[in-house]
Design a protein around this ligand. Sequence first.
Ligand code: SF4
Ligand code: SF4
Length: 479
Amino acid sequence: MSLIEQTEEEGTFRDNLSTIHKDGSRNWIYVQKPAGHYYNRRTAVSIVLLIFLFLSPFVRVGGHPFMLLNIIERKFVLFSIPFWPQDFYLVVLLVLTVLVSFVLFTAIFGRIWCGWLCPQTIFLEMLFRKIEYAIEGSAVKQKILDATAFNREKFIKKGLKHIIFFGLSFIIANTFLAYIIGSDELITIITDPISKHIGGLVTITVFSFVFYAVFARFREQACIVVCPYGRYMSSLVDDDTVAVTYDFTRGEPRKKPSKEDKLQKQGLAVQTAPRGDCIDCHQCVNVCPTGIDIRDGIQLECVNCTACIDACDTIMTKVNKPKGLIRYTSFNAVKDGIRHKVKPRIYAYGIVLLILLTTVSYLFITRPDLDILILRQPGSMFQKMGTDEYANFYIFQGINKTYKDLQIEIQLVSPKQGKITLLGSLSPITNQTTKEMRFILTLPKNELTSSQTKVRFALVSNGKILKEVESSFVGPESP
Ligand code: SF4
Ligand code: SF4
């Protein structure tokens, strides 16, 4: 029996959302604070990611941004490497590679992104929820506080929490803005008089309210109802995917400890019904941020946060049973008591990822520092110079993608004889800029092969050929 058949047979939980009442109103989840081995690891990972996220747009390497995603001006810097709109093919390939790697890792390890790396989960679980525990106390205390009529204590706690939540949302919104417009621009906006940036302030306040609403109220609904990634990723999971899984072969039949169990523990010969290791304590449900019961099987709402693993391990330790009743494993591994199988589709995803990685690496390594275009001036004809020479006009366009100024010169590679006359200054092409210029190429009559002679230019910098460019030279029908 497959996982889906098995779970559908067992209950109606797939027809209902634990966070929505039957009448459609919200069932607010009071999540018990997780603690344990996995939670500590997730905290460590989150600290690294939060430091990276909040600091990256403000870090400068050699005076240049470390990360910039300026979609408005089409300027992109990833890990200090500048990308131009001309490199768009690389960005598309890079995004494709990241997507395929998500597909591969999800097919093998389930929704590891959702639980460990997604900004929504990290902000909610590691910042907002921790602030809530610090101000309002445990899940039980939060529930009591919500049920209490408004009094001084409630006013102070709720007020303080929401002020901090909004402040944090404002910081998050500004950080994302720094990624887009750059930290210098952001600091200028902050230090300028407010009257100069009313529009910007309104926009950032709106975004801050959106973040505030998501983290203060909407919470897990973003993963369950809105996030397309969660749904898409869930479709990649099958019975062999390693995910947070309840070991039903060991846990069932679940049963709360009874009087008979206690007597049996004391060494008395009391008959008890057969039972599994699950003591039906509901701790795995109490810590679940999406309010599900993992014992029902893998579910769309499960973000693989591992909180239920920690909760159950704590219980197992208390009742002197081995840890791992809920663990990272696959449904088939639990059902058949075997190691995880690697299916052919995993190899297929792996091969596609390898091809993409190789292609992206090759294109990235061979990406020229200078993008050059040489075109014959559109609409122009040849000029006869004296008795046996002809001239054509050309347009030169160069994009210096590096952070250093480039000294370059144009040389004629073929034909052998000919003269280049620049109509402006070519060098230097300053860093991160585009230069446009015109020049004249004069060829002697004997170098013309037809009315369209092929010509080849070399762009040379410090004696090194950066690129060769081909164009055509227009001459008379019979030179
Ligand atoms: S925490 Fe473990 S023992 Fe308790 S209900 Fe969940 S699976 Fe059963
Ligand atoms: S079932 Fe477990 S792993 Fe899944 S979201 Fe709930 S607590 Fe996290």
